[in-house]
Design a protein around this ligand. Sequence first.
Ligand code: MSP
Length: 642
Amino acid sequence: MSKTFYITTPIYYPSGNLHIGNTYTTVLCDTLKRYKHERGYDAFYLTGMDEHGKKIETVANERGVPPIEHVDALAEATRELWDNLKIDYDDFIRTTEKRHKSVVQKIFERLLEQGDIYLGTYKGYYCMPCESFYTDTQLADNHTCPDCGRETTQLEEESYFLRLSKYQKKLLHYIEAHPDFITPETRKNEVVSFIKQGLNDLSVSRTTFDWGIKVVSNPKHVVYVWIDALSNYISALGYGTDNDKRFQKYWHGDEVLHVVGKDILRFHAIYWPIMLMALDVPITFKLHAHGFYMMKDGKMSKSKGGVIYPETILTHYGLDELRYFLLRELPYGLDGLFTPEAFVERINFDLANDFGNLLNRTIAMINKYFDGEIASPSEPLDDIDQDLRETVTDVIRAYKENMNTLKVSQALQDLWRLVSRTNKYIDETMPWALAKDEAQKPTLEKVLYHLAESLRHIGVMLKPILLNAAPALFNQLGVEDEHTTWQSLSFGEKKHYHVTPKPTPLFPRLDVEVEVKKLRDEIAGKTQVKPLEPKPDTVSIDDFSKMHIVVAEIKTCEPHPDADKLLVITVDVGNQTKQIVAGIAEHYSPDDLPGKRVLVINNLKPVKLRGVKSEGMLLAGSNKERLEVIESHALKPGDRVK
Ligand code: MSP
């Protein structure tokens, strides 16, 4: 039986578009899941949305939509983003789902019954403009709001509390007894010193807003966000229900990992383990808190340092470029910077020059000197070959060690040590010089074989990271699936290479000046982030053939009596005349159209548009600048389009 690995991201607030900072957490977890999968684990990856709370209620109100409609739309957009980023998650939990709410309600009632939750009074400081409560210690000078700096008012509110104080000692003891519970070490130290200052009981309910999970035994309260949010990690697995197979398998399995940003470390390192202790659920998870992606001028925010969205990078560059940069540039345990210069340099130097070019040169030489086919050498190995092979072995070891300790940036750095070593191997062996002497042909073949094998190893280690380039590398080098696995990592394992006759560059070089300017403009908000087209559902040929599309000749055209954007058109569809209302008045005047032969859907159910009957639909294409009706020139009215 395979070992299990359960990995989670934080669940995201549906408060706006996710930027590359939040995207980092998701990409990091995706990479770790894929890596574990490669290593033979039964891996399960959970992500989702944290959809309750005052802030979300307020945002929805501002948009004039019910909160559920707001969160539905953002959950949909988030899933679409993860799909576009090929995130390989296994479940997507939303805190508004029934399966989650009922578990939270059970947890709350149980803790209440046990006396771990009790009713008290919450004294807080309320900032009207921010609509937020703060405790004494959170306030800025003179009791002002830490966010906007304005004056706050002291308020008292009935609230339930979670008895953190009762578990303080037990938690400290747990952390001390499990030195790798929280990583990096510096974060663990922060947590320990925070606990040592003494834990105040935590307010876990509110009566001042509605958008949350109701406390069953006292429905004027809603569960305050953290008990709700943190429970997602087990509610998604079916904890506390009749169907808790996944909970048994993954929570009680071999490895459980929560990955979070440093800002939410405390909630995960203190509240969550205490909740589990109170519930008598074993703490099986390890917690990793990463740093933040910052912009040159500070935190990533629309008002301060600017924001960069994953869609922008995806549209202008590509998935692997985004993943590589995010994973490479954030050092373990620290913050990292997103700058246009660093981004373009990483693509040009690491991906295009060092890596992409290595593959290109290798394939070109195998074609040029051996018609695309080489075999493992019978030649004796010399020092340079040995050195390359030793680097391969050492990099596999380092990569494994780094991935196992979540140092992905370091793993990539080590992998590029092999990329550089392989490039240097070309300089040292000078295949072009060997090619001049027929007697050196076996040595030349040995050299090219070493290059191909080294690249295959690089490809296997890149599989969880570069989702397009790794398969492309295998494809171009002619590596079959069995030699792309972790088990096949052994120099000489693949005996023959038959490479593609025409290598395609994996990463085109970017024009530094042009791209840096483009990214700067994006960050400054001058250009629009182009949202990705939603992925269309596939349709079967049967679905398509239900549509009766025919050529039609426009006979008359008039403005709609009651709508500026609509035109009322009569068309000859072969054996009859039909009336169509089309939303094209901003692009065509009525005189432009009569005589044109266009395409229409002829079997659309008739509808009335602003009081005028429309019996079909005219086909037009559009982009940002223009809209154009699709015309036919040689066909006759009534001819079918299939
Ligand atoms: N809803 C809570 C989490 C509840 S988990 C039980 C939340 N959501 S969030 O949408 O605000 O943030 C989600 C994650 O994105 C957090 O891990 C946060 O630390 C991370 N990041 C937000 N900005 C970031 C950067 N600039 N850089 C890296 N990670 C960042 O918190």
